[in-house]
Write a protein of this length. Sequence first.
Length: 165
Amino acid sequence: ILDVDRMLAKSDPDAVELHPDAVVGHPVIRTLYDHLDEITCLEFHPREQILISGSRDTNVKMFDFSKTSAKKAFKTLTDAEQVTSMSIHPSGDFLAVATEGPVVRFYDINSCQCYVCPYPREHHTGPLTCVRYSADARVCVSASKDGHVKVEVGLGWEGLLHVFD
């Protein structure tokens, strides 16, 4: 985790107006350790100081970066496939996860329960490349190497049933 003001101050001290009490030092605030392979995606929680990371090690990890002593994840979601993309719901309660598999996973962040569309015909047929919630959370889209973009409407869990190509 980097401090942008410190980065700018190091590159051009005259270009940045810093608070008089600001510490101008190394821009790295904290390094978090816990994945065993390449990290493929990052998301900040919209309400809490939580950083969520997805990795080729098949894990999604949640780090509380408000605690300076925390270097490892406080919560881990493990999948069978490498994580390629994820998007946090604007409420902060749900996480959509795309993997090398064809099925989008929707996690309840508090309970860690996973939900998927129960209809196989609604899933992609190739590995997922991207998943995103809209800013108003009314839709979630997923893209796949199968060449399709699927739009999921509603996204209460009953909304997972309304998928369109």
